[in-house]
Write a protein that binds this ligand. Structure first.
Ligand code: GAL
Length: 671
């Protein structure tokens, strides 16, 4: 496969020529070349154009598009159109439409209106994928296979009878006997004891809380059901052209699919990222999105498949990116390892649900400032500079698992508003602000390469995952572990005894109960040296540790539980753990991170004036480093370089102070 040999980034976007008259296509190609587009995603929602009636295929127009691209030297990321079945299909085979938890069937008229377990949908989906592969698999413009679009985006869960049958078979394979299922689901509670798999339902509408273990298994089952369909598409596409790299576009922190499992099946991980420019933390959240996606399969490249040039259309209020923000966020992706940045979409649509979503080529045409920025970025990315194959330097990992995400939010826990994304952001943000780059890591993967681990609320942890984390620590690692970790096993059953289960020995103290705080409550936290910070949301009722087991670094200093240890340090083998039993505020987190070498800001970054949304990330290749410095603010900033280098974008030596205008970017090459 050619992909990793690229020495320039992909640049382009979704291209839907089927929405436009033929003469527009020539103008498209001309303008694409003008701004340096080198990859377009085509065919993504074109099923009705490729198979207008059942069994009648029309590929001539799409072949012509690929011919035009080939002649212009633009690569094609050829998508299967299975995310939007045509009207004939859903009219003739209504069981291909999904059903909600109340039993109502969705109707045609939007997209993603299919049931992944429906035999009709699967039959026609396979057939159109086979046709795509057969008709265009040999085309010289083909650069990448793109299966489907954003699996499980709008309708992640279907509750139809096809799903009921498939779920039961899945459960039989997983548990073997109905007794084992009853045991795993704790179905002695509320008279849910099953006597036959045939009695088990998908979690359709229930009077009150459904069985949380059932909900968890339904999430596992659904992720695998989508994956099964994806693997079928992959098999067909790869059989036609095994040499063409294959992707499907992920959605960053998207809950319904276990992207770690999915990413193992991809040659290129790709993602769609739409940070909200109105959110003051948008740059940090976007960075977190990219760090996750880069980490899903650490041995393959990744890229941005979609972002917007200016504005989306699906928020209530669609605030646009500021001048320079699109470029800065594109470089953020490239800094964090991306092999390319593509957009939704090339040309803004004239009609349809997304006609007010910005594109590379706006309604107003080339006069738009968007076009100016798009052209600038395209020109810059066309400069050959081999940083796209350099590795992102990240010595710290944030431990994350989908099973945990599913369980921690679907269980009736003491705080129903405990959201994984909040927990991740809570631990991530202070590090982002001190320019510490991190990977995400599954609790099951090898962890030795990291100098420190952050473990936010790993509520569900298996014995094996816990053993992996314990051994990481005992062999010399440092872990920062937060409250609500080690609470349940893989079936969402509580580990009895003081909380923590197989992680308990790492905490340095016993957690005897938990006391979520009222929404407005703020607890004072007093540190050993008498200084104070604060905390909100949650309080573990930690017992006073034996001195040989753990050392209390901070305690709750107000409220009914004053005196309770909230930060406990303990040693294990060659390593150590900092346990945090509450949601410390930003200053509190900085204090914790200051205790761990790998989490401290580099002195050179402090001297440089980095922080507060001036981001610095290093990509390293065997013979040189590329230091990306990105100003995500609307004011001019200055950065002091730790070592002299060469400013790749400015095309001049960089030494001493580097001025960065608002939303400015510099790539400094060292070596
Ligand atoms: C993505 C989707 C695109 C387009 C875009 C708009 O989720 O894949 O087709 O709808 O959002 O932001």
């Amino acid at each position: 496969m050619q992909f990793s040999a690229l020495d320039y980034p992909f640049y382009g976007g979704d291209y839907s020529p089927e929405q436009w008259p033929r003469e527009v296509w020539d103008e498209d190609v001309r303008l694409m070349r003008e701004v340096g587009v080198n990859l377009v995603t085509v065919g993504i929602f074109a099923w009705a154009h490729l198979e207008p009636t059942e069994g009648r295929f029309e590929f001539g127009w799409l072949r012509e598009v690929l011919d035009l691209m080939g002649e212009a030297g633009i690569g094609v990321d050829l998508a299967t159109p299975t995310a939007a079945p045509p009207p004939w299909l859903t009219t003739r085979y209504p069981d291909a439409l999904p059903v909600d938890e109340r039993g109502a069937r969705y109707t045609h008229g939007s997209r993603q209106h299919f049931c992944i377990c429906s035999p009709s949908y699967r039959r026609f989906a396979r057939r159109i994928v086979e046709r795509v592969a057969a008709e265009l698999g040999g085309h010289e413009a083909l650069r990448m296979w793109h299966a489907h679009n954003e699996y499980a985006c709008h309708v992640p869960y279907c509750y139809c009878d096809h799903h009921a049958r498939s779920f039961r078979s899945w459960l039989e394979r997983r548990y073997g006997s109905v007794q084992a299922l009853n045991d795993a689901w704790g179905s002695a509670f509320w008279s849910q004891q099953y006597s036959d798999f045939a009695e088990v339902m998908p979690p359709r509408m229930t009077p009150t809380f459904a069985n949380p273990s059932q909900l968890l298994d339904y999430k596992r089952f659904t992720s695998e059901a989508f994956l099964e369909e994806f693997l079928e598409e992959k098999e067909v596409l790869k059989a036609a052209r095994p040499d063409i790299p294959l992707t499907t576009n992920f959605m960053g922190l998207h809950k319904p699919l276990d992207y770690f499992a999915w990413a193992r099946e991809l040659d290129v991980v790709s993602t769609d990222n739409y940070p909200d420019p109105a959110d003051p933390h948008s740059a940090a959240l976007s960075a977190m999105h990219y760090d996750l996606v880069r980490s899903l399969n650490k041995s393959v490249p990744w890229m941005v498949m979609e972002q917007t040039s200016f504005r989306v259309n699906w928020r209530d209020r669609n605030v646009p990116k500021s001048p320079g923000q699109m470029r800065a966020l594109s470089y953020q992706a490239l800094a964090r390892g991306a092999s390319g940045v593509l957009f939704f979409q090339w040309r803004a649509s004239r009609a349809g649900a997304e006609k007010f979503h910005s594109a590379l080529l706006p309604h107003s045409g080339q006069a738009s400032p968007v076009w100016t920025e798009v052209s600038q970025l395209g020109r810059e990315l066309a400069q050959p500079e081999p940083w796209t194959t350099a590795e992102v330097v990240a010595d710290v990992a944030l431990v994350f698992s989908y099973a945990n995400w599913w369980a921690v939010e679907s269980s009736t826990s003491p705080a129903h508003d405990l959201k994984m994304q909040d927990q991740l952001t809570w631990m991530y943000l202070p590090l982002y602000l001190r320019c510490v780059t991190l990977d995400f890591a599954s609790p099951a993967e090898p962890l030795e390469r990291y100098q420190a681990l952050l473990v936010p609320s790993l509520y569900l942890v298996t014995e094996d995952e816990a053993a992996n984390i314990r051994s990481y620590v005992e062999q010399g690692g440092t872990a920062v572990i937060s409250f609500w970790s080690g609470i349940v096993d893989e079936h969402d059953r509580v580990y009895l005894g003081p909380y923590g289960g197989p992680l308990r020995s790492l905490f340095g103290c016993d957690i005897l109960d938990v006391a979520p705080l009222a929404p407005a409550d703020v607890v004072e936290v007093e540190w050993e040296d008498g200084t104070k910070t604060s905390a909100t949301f949650w309080l573990d009722l930690a017992a006073e540790p034996q001195p040989q087991r753990g050392k209390v670094l901070a305690r709750a200093a107000s409220g009914p539980w004053a005196g309770t240890p909230v930060v406990v340090q303990s040693n294990h083998g060659k390593g150590s753990v900092l346990y945090i039993g509450t949601r410390l505020d930003h200053d509190g987190m900085q204090r914790v991170y200051d205790l761990v070498t790998a989490l401290r800001p580099a002195q050179s970054d402090l001297d440089a004036g980095l922080s507060d949304n001036v981001e610095r990330v290093v990509r390293r290749s065997p013979d040189r480093d590329y230091e990306f410095v990105i100003n995500h603010t609307d004011s001019d900033r200055k950065v002091l370089l730790a070592a002299p280098g060469y400013d790749v974008l400015g095309e001049r030596p960089a030494n001493g102070t580097l001025p960065l205008g608002r939303r400015g970017v510099a790539i400094v090459r060292h070596g």
